[in-house]
Design a protein around this ligand. Structure first.
Ligand code: V47
Ligand code: SF4
Length: 396
């Protein structure tokens, strides 16, 4: 991939694209209008150069992954988001599960002795999963395994359970922290803009409420992630509006760690008639988010959703994190038509997948502390493979 200097030497570059590239070179923030312009006019190679420039500056070749597992308390939900394969409308036709506290603890205990550092808990919204249920669950998990980081629930669940318990967001999030919650995943964000949110995710918390709950969580000194569900009925201006709201909150709190663009998948939901975005559009999305969100440290590609090959390619388009798992138990994506029907990769496979595209695999914990640097790690069959391959072509 060419350097930004090489790009700027191109006399054919239009004045607007040149101005944006110069901003990136000077580490200046781009405007909302420029963000929309990039979606409309920035071709893949141009965006890749800019996004990779930022990625190299922030992280070099480091590519982070985490050993975690998912627990989904239920696959039934009282909301009916049109893009989701979990809503009651869809689930009426299929088998649903609603785990009890003890059943969830049994799942957690299955990972005893395994080198996982995080449990990611998220699922549908149902009345029995209330403040008492979750505070008791978080406390029980932390008591059982204090080294396991509890990353759980989104403002969608919190808004619902706090309203039901007649407590404020502030009181509620404080209770969750005291019970043992350590961070919040990025889900439930979808598209903040009302024009789109009302249409695809009507009834659940608004974009403003989602942002407010994260803000309160950050004010408690805690960290969280943010996602955006893209590639359905939204327009480019809605994507930029979404990222702008995140960028503004991040300026205020600094509490977000990672932005995760989530590609809309169209199987088994009410939006099956909406075509999915192309791989080119996915890579452009990663690159533009890397360029736009200058105050976010990390951009993550969720590989079970987009597949291993696109995940590898994304590392040249601004992504520095692949959501690695030893045994991904989530069903949301396989039900929605993800690339990986059985998304489990061993650490060795994940490490090799990262090395093969010339990057350095770093196992991290949830808060990005380095657990193991696998750059020069020797596996048993490494004679068949050269280990970390430096790809100067990516950097020069
Ligand atoms: O909010 C649901 C999405 C999200 C579909 O923080 C769909 O580390 C695509 O947020 N097509 C939940 N996406 C998952 C999530 C997440 C995943 C991985 C890591 C992290 C993190 C967070 O899944 C929902 C929704 O936007 N989703 N249905 C679908 N058909
Ligand atoms: Fe329920 Fe979340 Fe699915 Fe909406 S996206 S139906 S809130 S599980």
């Amino acid at each position: 991939m060419a350097s930004i200097e090489f790009l700027l030497a191109d006399q054919a570059l239009t004045p607007k694209l040149r101005a944006i590239a110069e901003k990136v070179q000077r580490e200046q923030r781009i405007t909302e209008e420029e963000g929309i312009f990039l979606f409309e006019q920035g071709d893949l190679s141009y965006l890749g150069v800019l996004a990779n420039h930022i990625r190299q500056k922030k992280h070099g070749d480091n590519t982070y992954f985490n050993r975690n597992f998912h627990v989904e308390p239920t696959n039934v939900c009282l909301y009916t988001c049109k893009f989701c394969s979990y809503s009651r409308l869809i689930k009426q036709k299929e088998e649903g599960w609603e785990y009890t506290h003890d059943e969830i603890m049994d799942i957690i205990k299955k990972y005893d002795g395994k080198p996982v550092t995080e449990v990611h808990i998220v699922g549908g919204v149902l009345p029995q999963y209330d403040v008492k249920f979750y505070t008791e669950l978080f406390t029980a998990i932390r008591e059982h395994r204090p080294d396991l980081h509890v990353k759980a629930l989104t403002p969608v669940e919190y808004h619902y359970i706090f309203k039901k318990a007649k407590i404020s967001y502030e009181e509620g999030m404080k209770l969750m922290k005291e019970a043992g919650l350590q961070s919040m995943p990025g889900g439930g964000a979808e598209i903040f803009h009302k024009e789109i949110r009302d249409e695809i995710a009507g009834g659940k918390c608004s974009g403003e409420e989602w942002l407010r709950i994260h803000e309160i969580w950050h004010e408690l000194g805690m960290r969280s992630n943010a996602t955006m569900l893209y590639g359905h009925i939204e327009e480019f201006r809605h994507r930029v509006d979404h990222m702008e709201k995140l960028r503004q909150l991040q300026d205020k709190t600094g509490g977000f760690q990672t932005f995760i663009p989530l590609k809309f998948r169209n199987s088994n939901n009410q939006m099956s008639d909406v075509p999915e975005s192309t791989t080119i559009e996915d890579l452009r999305m990663y690159a533009i988010s890397r360029i736009y969100l200058d105050n976010f440290d990390h951009i993550k590609a969720y590989w079970p959703m987009i597949g291993r090959t696109t995940a590898q390619m994304s590392l040249a388009f601004g992504v520095d994190d692949i959501d690695g798992t030893i045994d991904d138990t989530t069903k949301i994506y396989s039900m929605a038509g993800s690339e990986e029907q059985n998304p489990a990769l061993s650490t060795e496979e994940l490490v090799k997948m990262i090395r093969r595209v010339g990057r350095r695999p770093i196992e991290r914990d949830t808060l990005y502390n380095v657990v193991t640097d696998y750059t020069d790690f020797v596996f048993e069959d490494d004679d068949k493979f050269q280990g970390y391959v430096s790809l100067p072509v990516i950097r020069k």
